[in-house]
Ligand binder design. Structure first.
Ligand code: ZN
Ligand code: ZN
Length: 606
């Protein structure tokens, strides 16, 4: 029975609901109760987080804007406590696998709420979290509601915007300069809504003149509040950043001297080791500490450098027969990577090349029994729609939790907007080899395949709280697995996979080092450009991203490492009975749960 449960979790879920005489078993009833609890929990959660609800496509509370004051934070904590109390009434051991992982993920959510309010306190130092753009934009995104209804909801939210930013100003204390600058940019962009989006929509709508008047009144007040907030932040930068003054020499020197006397106004964007360690456990939900993974990432970097050096020796005479190989290993690898990168598709062939590669991937996966693919759900490649451009390259566009029937697309942005030079640089980066790895990661058997499996045992909890380290970890794990299985095997493919993997490994190293070890931009650039063979512009983008986020960049390496280790562990346990295809299908059958939870269920079911 245990074995069947492992391989057919969905079917067994139904079987477990009724025993032979047709009456429900206590276990089935407990799981029914837990399913009902989950539905209530999510309904209640959207009352506490109406803006989040709107952004995932749940539109019941579109007219509500929560003022981010102490009262609202107390309300969040109260909700966390009530949820915890309800959870305690369920016997964890009697829940089925899907509910067990959901249970753990709700606990993780509760821990996160408490951590964010009591310890992390981004509401004090990250002004960019005060932004009503999404709250308004996603109302318009609701395809089921008439325009008039949407505009009424927007008007209701706009009416609250002045109070919203008053509360924000009261919360902010010693912000980071980086998040302050980001907030200024974002809120400047937000002002475009008032210039074109709102007036255009109003004109198209059938709102009566009273409603239009009310809307315009609320919009004007909101616009003033956003501008006021932006200027309030700008003033902080002007007064407290002497570099800003040097760049704007028209500013009163008296203010400059004040700025010099107040060097501690901004706090560092580095969150420090204590908070990093906690946030790592919270967000990644790993069975390892951040320090343990850090050591693994250092080890992996050394392995990759060694392997790349050996491959370079092997390939050198093929590509650079007349050049003497430099004695410095990293320089040698870099020269060879640069040379082989010239093997790429033409800029007009970018989309077609991707489309051609997908059936090749499918046939390799089927022939080599890597994972079952659903032939009724082939991935549709399309040109990235206008409203989403800005996202470069290729990415999976999956429907949200409340829009499950919508199609999943593989969005590819043609390189038409690029200059010849930009296109060449982009194509060298996504050359013949790397483009294949990108398709493995984004499409098959990466994100797209994972999504199909996740939808087979649907869970609203996992759709909303899906563990990022598991999702990204899977996509990174399959890159390595496909190379190991010999997909388009060649030393060149291996070399570029190593470079790609080095990027994921360095993402972890730099995130950890910036926040815990006070790494400077120079140190990060050296890691990425010299040791990671990245372009300077890419490395600079990464530095910026790392200074605005924490732990997010750590999820790729951590997730992939944990999945890879789990596979090796299962191999050990099962010996000659180990079957790669079964392992993959079992692993994905648990949905987007933390790898450590999947691991404990897989090992127990063994
Ligand atoms: Zn070229
Ligand atoms: Zn990804």
């Amino acid at each position: 029975m245990k074995k069947i449960l492992l391989f057919l979790p969905i079917i067994c879920l139904f079987q477990a609901c009724t025993n032979k005489s047709g009456t429900k078993s206590t276990t089935a009833m407990l799981n029914d109760n837990f399913n009902q609890f989950k539905t209530r929990f999510i309904e209640d959660m959207w009352k506490v987080y109406p803006m989040w609800a709107t952004s995932v496509g749940y539109h019941k509370y579109d007219s509500v804007l929560v003022i981010p004051d102490k009262e609202s934070r107390d309300n969040e904590l109260k909700f966390a406590q009530e949820t915890e109390d309800s959870l305690k009434t369920f016997k964890f051991d009697s829940l089925d696998a899907n509910n067990k992982t959901d249970y753990r993920m709700i606990i993780n959510f509760i821990d996160g709420v408490r951590f964010n309010i009591k310890e992390f306190k981004a509401f004090e130092w990250d002004p960019s979290m005060y932004n009503v753009g999404d709250a308004l934009f996603y109302i318009m995104d609701n395809k089921k509601a008439p325009l008039e209804e949407k505009l009424r909801h927007i008007s209701d939210r706009l009416a609250k915007v002045p109070a919203y930013f008053e509360a924000a100003k009261k919360n902010i204390h010693k912000p980071t300069k980086e998040h302050t600058e980001l907030a200024i940019d974002q809120n400047s962009g937000m002002l475009d809504f008032f210039k074109s989006v709102f007036p255009d929509s109003l004109k198209k709508s059938k709102l009566n003149s009273e409603e239009v008047k009310e809307f315009n009144k609320n919009a004007l007040a909101a616009q003033k509040a956003i501008e006021g907030f932006k200027n309030w932040l700008l003033m902080d930068i002007m007064v407290h950043d002497s570099a800003y003054f040097r760049a704007h020499d028209s500013i009163n020197p008296a203010i400059l001297s004040h700025a010099k006397n107040d060097s501690t106004f901004f706090r560092s964007f580095r969150i420090g080791k204590e908070l990093y360690d906690k946030k790592f456990l919270m967000d990644i939900d790993s069975r390892y500490t951040a320090d343990e993974i850090y050591q693994k990432a250092l080890d992996r970097k050394a392995v990759l450098h060694k392997e790349m050096s050996d491959l370079s020796d092997k390939l050198w005479s093929k590509y650079l027969p007349t050049v003497k190989a430099p004695s410095d290993t990293l320089t040698k690898i870099k020269m060879l990577l640069d040379t082989i990168s010239a093997n790429h598709c033409g800029r007009d062939e970018f989309m077609q090349t991707i489309e051609n590669q997908l059936p090749e991937l499918t046939s390799f996966i089927n022939t080599n029994h890597i994972i079952g693919l659903d032939p009724t759900k082939p991935l549709q490649v399309r040109k990235t729609p206008e409203y989403m451009t800005g996202i470069a390259g290729a990415s999976i566009n999956a429907p949200g939790p409340y829009n499950k029937d919508a199609a999943t697309y593989y969005n590819v942005t043609p390189l038409t907007a690029y200059s010849a030079e930009q296109a060449e640089s982009y194509l060298r980066e996504y050359n013949h080899y790397v483009l294949q790895i990108l398709n493995i990661h984004e499409a098959i058997p990466g994100h797209y395949t994972q999504l199909i499996y996740a939808n087979r045992s649907p869970s609203i909890i996992k759709a909303i709280f899906g563990n990022n380290a598991m999702i990204e970890g899977w996509a990174c794990y399959v890159e390595r697995m496909m190379i190991e299985q010999g997909y388009n095997a060649s030393p060149e493919m291996q070399l570029f996979y190593d470079k790609w993997n080095l990027r994921e490994t360095c993402n972890f190293l730099l995130d950890h080092n910036i926040h815990c070890n006070n790494w400077s931009k120079d140190q990060v650039m050296d890691l990425l450009v010299r040791e990671g063979f990245q372009q300077k512009t890419e490395a600079e983008g990464k530095w910026k991203r790392a200074s605005l986020s924490q732990v997010q960049l750590a999820c790729y390496f951590t997730g992939a490492t944990e999945i890879y280790e789990l596979r090796e562990e299962m191999k050990q346990k099962e010996g000659s009975k180990f079957n790669l295809k079964k392992f993959h299908e079992d692993f994905l059958s648990y949905g987007s749960a933390p790898v450590k939870e999947i691991r404990s269920l897989m090992i127990k079911n063994k």
